[in-house]
Design a binder for this molecule. Structure first.
Ligand SMILES: [Fe+2]
Length: 471
């Protein structure tokens, strides 16, 4: 029987897997791409090559990497599946072999010993290596120019012994260090956490192992110049759950949110766990160490299904009860993903950009053939002035995660553009919107003559960091 996704409406229409690689040498553009936008925007999508089993999760698809290259007011596009061990095994078998999300009991027996990374979440360039990431595995290395697969299960030349690495490492813009970590670091369901620091040359300079208070998701972290914060939130799992054939995570609000606050050069005994109410949150923004307290900003909600707000958590290093405080910074910002000018990561900062759904905006149900849904605005949150400015994409679109790209030669925070993939339901195609990050005015639209799926994360790599001669 041939490949078919038709049995499941979640994999049809605009959200059908794309299933092809693409190259557009010089994309069609509306408006003017700024000439001081010079570099590469990468973004990832989970793009199922084969139909997943019932009960799977949308984050268990194959990594498909998009590359938009900007030079001289033009944009070239390349999109490719990452030829992971996992995808190649499935192509050889002509069917899906991995079971539901992160549950090896549901895998086909033939994949025992095959690297399981789908490389479908995020990408970073550090010390000359282009890392594509999935938090249940070590990195998959890809060529940043051709997007060719290079190597799976990358262990940094023997320096990284944890069996998994989060898809959200942080790169210190001051030192060029990469701080990365793995949880379930000794294998599925283990409570071990391993945090590593690699210097700009890729040499390990610090490593610390410690235990988590329970086995839950530790998807992202935040960085200050003195501390690392790794939250543990109540998406939990168990051996019983996996043996029952269920995907790894389920929300259980009876657990607290726990946050590990780790001195950058600390040992296991220096790790402080702070406890707070159950919060449904996966992504964090910026943080700061302010003498004897650490503060962290993030979009979060009280529980699954509750509206998100932009909030600040404070960890008092002198506290005796080890509880963290929470305050609402922007009550009306309901996004789940915020991004910043990463040149200011771990440093005093002012701006965050966050996609949101504003139902007061118009929606063209006739041209799109669907009810309003998805994100239609990007909000710029000014955390210093407590001010919000908004970009509205139009009445036929849904937006994905915005990524900030600095203007060539800029040094001021926010002096540049944000890039955001938009699903144009009226034209049944994807477009990349280039928006001035200060005025919030749209400057250009890169038109793809096809549709991308919903993306996970993206990153900008300036030409000065990753030069290229052609696209
Ligand atoms: Fe993520």
């Amino acid at each position: 029987m041939g490949v078919s996704f038709a049995h499941d409406p979640s994999y049809t229409g605009f959200n059908a897997p794309t299933r092809f690689d693409a190259h557009v040498a010089d994309c069609e553009v509306e408006g003017e791409i700024p000439s001081d936008l010079h570099g590469t925007f990468y973004r990832m999508q989970c793009d199922f090559a084969y139909p997943p089993p019932e009960g799977d999760w949308l984050f268990n698809g194959d990594g498909h990497l998009s590359m938009f290259r900007f030079a001289d007011g033009h944009c070239a596009y390349r999109g490719r599946y990452i030829l992971t061990d996992r995808l190649m095994a499935e192509r050889a078998a002509r069917k899906r072999l991995w079971g539901v999300y992160r549950n090896h009991y549901t895998d086909d027996p033939s994949v025992a010993g095959v690297n399981r990374s789908a490389a479908n979440t995020h990408m970073y360039l550090h010390a000359g290596k282009f890392l594509t990431l999935k938090e249940d595995s070590r990195p998959v290395i890809v060529d940043p120019h051709t997007l060719d697969f290079v190597e799976s299960d990358y262990d940094f030349g023997g320096q990284y012994t944890a069996v998994s690495m989060s898809a959200h490492p942080k790169i210190d813009p001051v030192t060029g260090e990469m701080i990365c970590y793995g949880y379930q670091a000794k294998g599925d369901l283990t409570d071990d956490v391993a945090v590593y620091t690699f210097n700009a040359a890729g040499e390990k300079t610090h490593e610390v192992w410690f235990k988590a208070p329970y086995v839950g998701i530790m998807h992202d972290c935040a960085l200050t110049q003195e501390h690392i914060v790794i939250p543990l939130v109540p998406m939990v799992t168990s051996e019983e759950r996996l043996r029952a054939g269920l995907r790894m995570w389920e929300w259980d609000g009876s657990y607290p949110t726990m946050c590990a606050v780790i001195p950058r050069n600390g040992e296991a005994g220096d790790v402080r766990w702070f406890e707070g109410p159950a919060r449904s949150t996966l992504h964090f923004l910026n943080a700061a160490t302010e003498s004897d307290r650490v503060v962290m900003d993030l979009p979060t909600s009280n529980g699954t299904g509750d509206p998100s707000q932009f909030r600040r958590w404070t960890f008092d290093l002198n506290s005796r009860d080890d509880r963290f405080e929470e305050e609402v910074v922007f009550a009306e910002s309901n996004g789940l993903l915020s991004r910043m000018d990463d040149r200011f990561l771990s440093l005093p900062y002012r701006y965050a950009w966050s996609t949101n759904t504003d139902r007061s905006r118009p929606w063209d149900a006739e041209r799109t053939g669907r009810p309003q849904g998805g994100s239609n605005v990007v909000q710029r949150l000014d955390v210093r002035e407590n001010r919000m400015d908004t970009y509205f994409v139009g009445d036929t679109y849904a937006l994905q995660e915005p990524t900030f790209a600095p203007r060539v030669g800029s040094t001021e925070e926010g002096d540049g553009y944000f890039l955001v993939v938009a699903s144009n339901y009226a034209e049944f195609r994807s477009e990349l919107k280039i928006v001035d990050a200060m005025s919030m005015e749209e400057r250009a639209t890169v038109i793809l003559p096809f549709r991308l799926r919903s993306g996970t994360h993206g990153n900008w790599m300036p030409h000065s960091q990753l030069p290229f001669s052609d696209a």
